[in-house]
Design a protein. Sequence first.
Length: 131
Amino acid sequence: MTRPLDEVWIPLVDEPIGGIVARIQEEHPEIDTLVSTPQRLLAFRTFAYIRVGLVLGQLLLDNDLEPYDGSETWIETLLRDPAHRAEVEREVRAVAEEVAADPAYDGEEQVGPDDHVRERFREFARRRLEA
């Protein structure tokens, strides 16, 4: 029995690591350009979640944190440090670049409209707004 790919993403997206990866992806639109096909996006999210988890785990082991006082999670505490945040961002970008370079995904169609379709829509919207 096979399951649609979307079902695999649901448990991961709701977790803190999924939120971190999504936030970095939103802040760096070049990542979407690199992983703009369904299979690339699935591979990117899967490996980004794993590798970000590993980076955060290593940061937790390497850094002494104040005892938990209920105000924020250990992940939030770590990511307040700009160096730690930058390390996590580098890892997410590295995953995107590696997935984009993988020839196994060549020939796939992009998720969403391409540049030509976007331009046609902009022209349509301009004409509608002028009318």
